[in-house]
Design a protein around this ligand. Structure first.
Ligand code: ATP
Length: 363
C-alpha cells in the first residue's frame, strides 16, 4: 500500500476551471471518500490519480514517487468504475483474471487466484457465466474482484455502488467496509452519497466547485461542519439552518428570528467577533429536536408541513411562514395533523453557529 499526494493540482478544460488548486495528503492505509454534489470535480480528481487525466499544473505523488506524467498501468493502481466495465464476451473467471493475464501470469495460476478472490466475494460458483448472465450486484462484485486480484498500491473507486438497488447497495457497502478493515487498503472512493462516505471513509474530503471545503474524519465532519455547505450536505435529512439576527447585550449573544425562542448564548471571542455583522446562521440537526414541553428554553415553532412515518421514527417538518422549514427526526406515535402548530425544542449544547460568510464559529 502507498500514500497519495496532490501538490497544487489544477485542471482546466478549455476555459473552464474544473479544479482550481488543491493539495492534500493521504496516508498509507487510509480510505478516503471524495464527497460532493454533481460536477464538483470528484471524478476529475480521481482520474488524475489514475492517470486517465493529466493535471494542468501541479504534481501527483504515489508512494513518494512523482507519477504526474506516468501511464496508468505504471502507477500501481486498480480502479473500479460505476458501470463495472466488464468485458461482455469473457466469462466471469476471465474477467477477474484479466489483470493477471496482461501481466503474463500463466493460465492455471491466474484462474486459481481469480477463484480465490471470487470465493471471498461469494461469486465463486459463477465463474463460467458471461456478465449478461449474472445480476447487477454480482457484476459489481466481479468488477471488485478484478480490481483486487492483483495487489495494488492504491485502489480507486468511482461511484461503484450507484447502479445497485438500495438493499444490494447496503450489502456491498458492508462488504467494502469489512474488506477495508481486513486489507487495510489505501483507497480513494468517489461518491455523492453522504451515508456511503460516512460508513466507509477514514476521512472525507467534502468538495464544492473544485475545492476541498473540509477534509476530516466522518464524525468530525458531522459534528463540526466547517461551513453551511458541509452542514447541508452531510446528514439525512441535513442540518436545519435558520438565518438569525445577532446582537450582544448583557454580556451574552442574542439571536432573533420569527418563530424562534432562544436563551442567551454565552459569549466567546469568536462569537463576539462574528456578531459584529449582526447576521448569523443557527444550525440544529434533526435528531436533536424534540416536541417541546412547558419550560423548554430553546424552541422553534411553525405549522406542520409534513409528518412522514419512517417505521421506528418520524420526520416531522414544520414551516415557519416564509422563513423556511425545519425538520425533526423524532420517535412519536402521535398523529399530528398538517396545518396544526408545532413547537420543537433543542438543547443549547446542540447548537452550531455559522458567521455571515457561512463558516462555523468555533464553540
Ligand atoms: P458527477 O458526480 O456528476 O460525476 P463530479 O463531481 O465527478 O460529478 P467531474 O466529472 O469531475 O464532477 O466534473 C467536474 C467539472 O468538469 C464538471 O463541470 C464537468 O462538466 C467538467 N468536465 C469534466 N470533464 C470534462 C471534459 N472532458 N471536458 C470539459 N469539461 C469537463
Amino acid at each position: 500500500m502507498a500514500s497519495v499526494e496532490f501538490q497544487n493540482i489544477s485542471k482546466t478544460f478549455g476555459a473552464f476551471v474544473a479544479v482550481p488548486d488543491i493539495s492534500f495528503q493521504i496516508a498509507d492505509g487510509e480510505f478516503i471518500c471524495l464527497l460532493g454534489p454533481s460536477g464538483c470535480g470528484k471524478t476529475t480528481s480521481l482520474r488524475m490519480i489514475a492517470g486517465l487525466e493529466t493535471p494542468t499544473s501541479g504534481r501527483v505523488m504515489i508512494g513518494g514517487r512523482d507519477v504526474t506524467y506516468l501511464h496508468p498501468k505504471d502507477r500501481g493502481i486498480s480502479m473500479v468504475f460505476q458501470d463495472y466495465a466488464l468485458y461482455p464476451h469473457m466469462n466471469i473467471a476471465d474477467n477477474i483474471a484479466y489483470p493477471l493475464k496482461v501481466r503474463g501470469e500463466q493460465e492455471t495460476k491466474r484462474h486459481a487466484r481469480a477463484k480465490e478472490v471470487a470465493d471471498v466475494l461469494k461469486i465463486g460458483d459463477l465463474m463460467k457465466r458471461l456478465p449478461s448472465q449474472i445480476s447487477g450486484g454480482q457484476q459489481q462484485r466481479t468488477s471488485l474482484a478484478r480490481a483486487l486480484v492483483y495487489p495494488s498500491e492504491v485502489y480507486l473507486f468511482d461511484e461503484p455502488l450507484s447502479n445497485l438497488d438500495a438493499k444490494l447497495r447496503l450489502e456491498a457497502r458492508g462488504f467494502l467496509n469489512h474488506l477495508q478493515r481486513d486489507m487495510g487498503m489505501t483507497a480513494v472512493y468517489v461518491t455523492h452519497d453522504q451515508a456511503e462516505a460516512m460508513a466507509l471513509a477514514t476521512r472525507i474530503a467534502v468538495m464544492d466547485k473544485g475545492r476541498i471545503v473540509q477534509f476530516a474524519p466522518p464524525i468530525e465532519i458531522y459534528r463540526r461542519p466547517a461551513t453551511t455547505f458541509v452542514a447541508n450536505f452531510v446528514g439525512n435529512p441535513p442540518m436545519n439552518l435558520v438565518p438569525v439576527e445577532a446582537s450582544i447585550g448583557d454580556g451574552a449573544l442574542h439571536l432573533r428570528a420569527d418563530g424562534l425562542k432562544l436563551a442567551p448564548i454565552a459569549l466567546t471571542d469568536a462569537i463576539a467577533k462574528a456578531a459584529k455583522s449582526a447576521r448569523m446562521t443557527l444550525g440544529v440537526r434533526p435528531e436533536h429536536l424534540r416536541i417541546a414541553a412547558a419550560g423548554d428554553l430553546n424552541v422553534v415553532s411553525g405549522e406542520l408541513f409534513a409528518n412522514e412515518n419512517m417505521g421506528p421514527e418520524s420526520l416531522v417538518t414544520l414551516e415557519r411562514g416564509d422563513n423556511g422549514r425545519v425538520t425533526a427526526r423524532i420517535f412519536t406515535d402521535d398523529e399530528i395533523k398538517v396545518g396544526t402548530s408545532v413547537h420543537l425544542a433543542f438543547d443549547a449544547r446542540h447548537i452550531t453557529l455559522f458567521d455571515d460568510s457561512s463558516a462555523r464559529i468555533p464553540a
